[in-house]
Design a binder for this molecule. Structure first.
Ligand SMILES: [Cu+2]
Length: 160
């Protein structure tokens, strides 16, 4: 009888703790994106870059793990940052993604962090837009529209 009783308790407890998690805001719900744009490319470009600010409006840190686009846009999407190596600017993938601390904004901007679109299926044309989906450590995700702008590359970041 005692065994049956404790089994019953664990059955009751597990679903209620799941229910509790569902009531909490997902990481995707805690962030806001602004200033989103992607750089227009020339006709035969195979890579493109996108920039934005991501603000964490919550009291807990948020872990952005990855970004993706439709296969129609590019084969691969990576989160990159830019480092100086031997006086040269180089890009590196941030394989673990990016942590955004409580109530902080992380800027993805030319010469710094950016979303890299690799294996473009066509050029990113000024005036059009591209949808980028962000996925967080809790598997929540959000999709944002990036307008394609023809901004000058003023930081000598040749690959972008
Ligand atoms: Cu890059």
């Amino acid at each position: 009888m005692l065994v049956a009783f404790s089994l019953l308790i664990s059955i009751l407890i597990i679903p209620s703790s799941y229910a509790h998690n569902h009531n909490e805001k997902s990481m995707a719900d805690k962030v806001e994106i602004d200033g989103a744009w992607a750089r227009a490319t020339f006709a035969l470009a195979k890579t493109g870059a996108a920039y934005f600010n991501m603000t964490n409006n919550s009291a807990e840190s948020v872990h952005l793990k990855s970004a993706s686009v439709s296969d129609n846009v590019a084969m691969m999407t990576e989160i990159h940052h830019t480092i100086m190596k031997n006086d040269m600017m180089q890009m590196q993938e941030l394989e673990e993604g990016v942590m955004i601390d409580a109530n902080q904004t992380v800027s993805f901007e030319p010469g710094g962090k950016h979303i890299m679109l690799m294996g473009l299926s066509g050029p990113l044309n000024k005036g059009e837009s591209v949808e980028i989906t962000f996925t967080f450590a809790d598997d929540s995700s959000l999709t944002h529209t990036f307008n394609i702008l023809d901004k000058r590359n003023n930081k000598g970041h040749m690959n972008h």
